[in-house]
Design a protein around this ligand. Structure first.
Ligand code: ZN
Ligand code: ZN
Length: 485
């Protein structure tokens, strides 16, 4: 057996910056990834009862993949399509949502439009590696390593908007985007006249999921033909069962939302039926999982907040979760009732009926309070998201735009602190950009209950962890609390 040497970049961790050879060595694939076949296969049950295999690369391979991603992403971002929103820096599902609104609003005459939903068959395993890797801009040596990695284990774990986040594969979302680059532009050659807004078809893509919004007069047959040819060249094909054309007035599902234009021409987006069922099942599952009452309520709180955050640009008037709220209330009440039989018995023995009643009322009040806390309200405003500007990319050097945009992603005390600090981190004095990671709030006096503005400082996550008060916590393995919008 050949002796396994650690990769070069672990041998020379303190190489002075500026030595290009050090980074080049790390990229050229001579470390453990040179024989990438350590991907661990895990079998995961699918919702339909079947089992799917998932290759999880080793830590060394993942670190190396991450390095390749950092090197290849800026090059791809420079030419990437402006209507692709999945797994790209500075872009999110909310941008896609807003673009759909712009195309289906009453001003855009959304009522008359048709929507083609596409679903690419789960054949990412069969995707043509040559075509995919041709689009990657990297030094030849690094490409060689990447080709090996793709063959060995990156396979089978491409992101899918259905599954949300990619599992383990660090570079696979980027590779998927490169492979499907331009998919969303299909049909944009269909024009009416030479007006600026004369495109008949607008494609919007999120990873492998796409919708095409078609104006009356668009040739959908031709679009379908173009789609088939595009996928065929990449060894992929369309899933006929899930690909369909529907009227905007009938509505369609995309990225967990239901989009529909009503008969008066008013556009509306709401959480999709499946998405709503999922969050209900999730909350009920959390309640049943057996941890302490406080811990369960806390988890429900973060689940509900996250869900409401995601849908904050939807019409939520019909999704207030009353029934789920009541379900949790009843369960909590019943649980407490069981726990407090002893108290009640004692009260009865003492013949203090009034006391018992008062006790019951007080407990109901407490239950209501606890449940209220577990269902935190998040303000929503329909279509209020500010869409990312055209083909802008965080790598394009337009700092003013990206600092401004990044600060808009935060609300509450974090947003105030960022504004006070003029968009710069107080620790390193660099601007807050998405590529620097999330912004965290630091309580300068160490008291996490002191939310006075004077006590709050916005820092990069890494800068936050470098604060003297937190160093001990990190050493002990305790992570400081992240503050998200
Ligand atoms: Zn900083
Ligand atoms: Zn702190």
């Amino acid at each position: 057996m050949r002796e396994r040497r650690p990769p070069e970049w672990t041998e020379k961790p303190r190489s002075p910056p500026g030595k290009d050879s050090y980074y080049a060595n790390a990229l050229t694939g001579t470390g453990t990834h040179g024989n990438t076949n350590h991907a661990r296969w895990v079998n995961i049950p699918k919702p339909n009862g079947k089992i799917r295999g998932l290759g999880i690369p080793t830590i060394a391979d993942r670190a190396w993949q991450c390095l390749l991603k950092l090197a290849a992403e800026p090059a791809y971002e420079a030419t990437a399509g402006e209507r692709s929103y999945g797994f790209r820096p500075g872009r999110s599902t909310h941008d896609a949502q807003k673009l759909i609104f712009n195309n289906l609003s009453s001003k855009a005459k959304g009522r008359d439009k048709l929507v083609l939903e596409t679903d690419i068959s789960k054949c990412f395993d069969e995707i043509d590696h040559t075509v995919m890797l041709n689009g990657v801009v990297l030094p030849n040596e690094a490409l060689k390593g990447l080709r090996k990695a793709v063959k060995a284990g990156v396979k089978g774990e491409y992101p899918s908007s259905e599954r949300g986040t990619p599992q383990g594969g660090v570079i696979s979302p980027l590779l998927a985007n490169i492979a499907l680059d331009g998919f969303e532009n299909l049909g944009s050659d269909q024009w009416k006249g030479n007006r600026r807004d004369g495109t008949l078809i607008r494609g919007i893509r999120y990873a492998d999921d796409a919708v095409f919004i078609c104006k009356p007069g668009a040739d959908i047959q031709k679009l379908r033909h173009d789609i088939d040819a595009f996928l065929d060249a990449r060894g992929l094909r369309i899933n006929e069962a899930k690909t369909k054309v529907s009227k905007a007035t009938d509505g369609f599902d995309f990225l967990g939302w239901r989009f529909r234009v009503n008969s008066r021409g008013v556009f509306k987006s709401t959480p999709s039926q499946k998405n709503y069922a999922d969050i209900k099942a999730k909350v009920k599952g959390t309640w049943r999982n057996g941890a302490s009452t406080e811990a369960r309520l806390k988890r429900i709180e973060s689940q509900v907040r996250g869900w409401r955050q995601y849908h904050r640009f939807c019409d939520m008037s019909k999704h207030a979760m009353w029934s789920l709220n009541h379900w949790v209330w009843k369960k909590l009440r019943a649980e407490k009732h069981r726990q407090s039989t002893k108290d009640a018995e004692r009260a009865r023995k003492m013949a203090l009926k009034g006391f018992e009643r008062a006790l019951g009322a007080a407990k109901r009040q407490l239950t209501t309070k606890q449940v209220e806390k577990a269902f935190p309200s998040v303000p929503w405003k329909v279509n209020n998201h500010v869409m990312v500007k055209g083909a802008a990319s965080p790598f394009d050097g337009n700092l003013t735009y990206w600092v401004g945009r990044n600060s808009k992603l935060y609300t509450g005390p974090a947003a105030d602190a960022i504004r006070r600090q003029k968009g710069k981190c107080l620790h390193c004095n660099l601007p807050f950009l998405e590529i620097h990671g999330p912004v965290e709030l630091h309580h300068s006096d160490g008291d996490h209950n002191n939310w006075k503005p004077k006590n709050l400082v916005a820092l990069h996550r890494t800068c936050h962890q470098a604060q003297a008060v937190h160093r001990k916590c990190i050493k002990d393995g305790v992570r400081s609390r992240a503050v998200k919008a």
